[in-house]
Design a protein around this ligand. Structure first.
Ligand SMILES: [Zn+2]
Length: 510
């Protein structure tokens, strides 16, 4: 008896499954009490791909990220490519495109050792939908924004885990018009499709093309450099993508670069996250030792950078926002500048003193990019080292930030610490974390306790007085409240910080 045959009780001959099923549908008398009566009547559970199911945990607010190969592997990459292509080609902006790349998704990967294989699987997933795929090879994240914008593609997928350790990887997805794709703008749709489709071995219907972005991209970055003078800097690429194009751009500008961690082997000497002090310790030492004008450290995919002054002291993201805001406002008086609501008063004051319109925004790149667009602002900055540029498709870029810093530093013979001194005039705690059981309740309590100040709820709660202010907000990623306090003097700061700690408890050790 073959697999698809069965023996109906009381009958001489075997019958096929199809006949059996047909009989049951028509309530054939003999089928009453048939042992097969109930099988196949129940709907089968939906198939969730031929690999393991994709876990929800890898879908973050702005991207997809997880461990390789347990959470992120080629099956997941295929399905994300397939799902993202379906979504990206369906956006209004993509449908309005008419050029050669109107049905193309651009893809690239960073230096992580899993990158190439994941990009291949992701491209196959894209091609299987009938969309075309433009493969950019190993690139930095800002280059994918440039590619989507300059090639007028239907979207882009960058395979990177940014500043995470080497056993992570992920996907940053960009829509047509270089619009970010996040939780509230497409990523949920992509998640739903990716989790329900099955990888098929069918023909790849779209066209695959390799494209070398280098010369156009380098020219694009160079346009942000203005009258840069020769100087010595130390550059830490964190074994990431910063070492691909930036050194040659700097050489052309007669910058003497002392290199640190330029190898792109997929291994990291230190975690590619310059926000942590231990990851810029070597850079600090090298800046002092070589008497360089400044130090710069990029994160793994080079969309972020952190600057150290000639003493090896970190330049806060807000201080840098103020410094660069002045530069943009000299060229475009009256423009809006967007700044992170955790920024020092010095940012607002600088923007105003140069005739600009300061606009506070909540933390997160989708908010920053949207507000830049809304006000046609040439520039915006976040404490996290993300700086956004209108003329860079409203996107962030580590190397463009370095171009602007070098342009400003070139205008003066003073050391960077001297240039920054007027911007570092207030005392601050920096961001401090607290474990608090009921975070929403604590935010309400703080608002009640400080109700006599100027209170707003743009992100968590911010309260401002004449000589100090604080912001306390929930972390998006961890079960923490984050507090930042700034004051006109260290004494006032110590006093107010002590008062807040009485309510919030002792700061959490990271
Ligand atoms: Zn990054």
């Amino acid at each position: 008896m073959s697999e698809n045959q069965r023996h109906c009780p009381g009958e001489k001959y075997t019958i096929s499954d199809a006949v059996c099923q047909g009989r049951r549908v028509r309530h054939y008398p003999k089928c009453k009490g048939c042992q097969f009566n109930d099988d196949e009547v129940q709907p089968k559970p939906p198939k969730v791909g031929n690999g393991a199911p994709i876990v929800d945990a890898i879908f973050k607010a702005y991207d997809v990220r997880g461990k390789v190969p347990g959470q992120i592997n080629e099956d997941v990459a295929w399905r994300i490519g397939h799902a993202a292509a379906q979504y990206l080609l369906s956006t209004d902006e993509a449908r309005r495109l008419t050029g050669d790349n109107a049905k193309a998704i651009v893809v690239g990967h960073d230096m992580r050792s899993s990158g190439q294989a994941l990009m291949k699987a992701c491209s196959d997933g894209i091609l299987a939908t009938g969309a075309d795929c433009v493969s950019l090879g190993e690139i930095e994240t800002p280059a994918i924004y440039y590619a989507v914008g300059s090639l007028q593609a239907a979207g882009g997928i960058m395979i990177t885990a940014s500043h995470n350790p080497g056993d992570y990887n992920g996907f940053k997805i960009t829509a047509a018009g270089v619009k970010p794709v996040g939780e509230s703008s497409g990523l949920k749709d992509i998640q739903r499709i990716a989790q329900s489709i099955e990888q098929s071995g069918g023909p790849l219907k779209g066209k695959l093309r390799q494209f070398d972005l280098s010369s156009g991209y380098i020219q694009h970055v160079r346009r942000f450099a203005r009258d840069i003078k020769p100087m010595k800097i130390v550059m830490d690429a964190s074994n990431g993508m910063g070492s691909k194009w930036t050194p040659s751009i700097l050489r052309d500008l007669a910058i003497d670069v002392v290199p640190l961690y330029f190898e792109r082997s997929g291994r990291f000497v230190h975690e590619p996250n310059p926000l942590r002090d231990e990851n810029v310790a070597d850079l600090k030492q090298k800046v002092i030792e070589t008497q360089a004008r400044l130090g710069v450290s990029f994160d793994g995919d080079a969309d972020r950078c952190v600057i150290l002054d000639e003493n090896g002291d970190r330049v806060g993201g807000d201080t840098l926002t103020a410094l660069l805001a002045a530069e943009f406002l000299k060229a475009e008086r009256g423009a809006s500048i967007i700044y992170d609501l955790r920024s020092s008063w010095a940012v607002r004051e600088t923007i105003e003193s140069y005739g600009g319109v300061p606009r506070r925004e909540r933390v997160g790149h989708s908010f920053m990019k949207a507000t830049l667009r809304k006000y046609n602002a040439p520039f915006g900055g976040e404490l996290s080292g993300h700086f956004y540029y209108r003329d860079n498709f409203y996107c962030d870029s580590g190397v463009i930030t370095l171009m602007k810093v070098l342009s400003v530093v070139s205008q003066s013979d003073a050391p960077l610490s001297g240039i920054l001194e007027p911007l570092r005039k207030y005392a601050t705690t920096g961001e401090v974390n607290f474990h608090v059981e009921d975070k929403d309740e604590m935010i309400k309590q703080l608002a009640r306790k400080f109700a006599d100040g100027k209170v707003d709820f743009l992100d968590g709660v911010t309260v401002e007085y004449g000589d100090w202010w604080f912001n306390c907000r929930k972390s998006n990623t961890e079960p923490l409240l984050r507090l930042i306090v700034e004051a006109r003097s260290q004494d006032v700061l110590d006093d107010k910080f002590a008062g807040l700690k009485a309510m919030l408890g002792e700061p959490a050790n990271e």
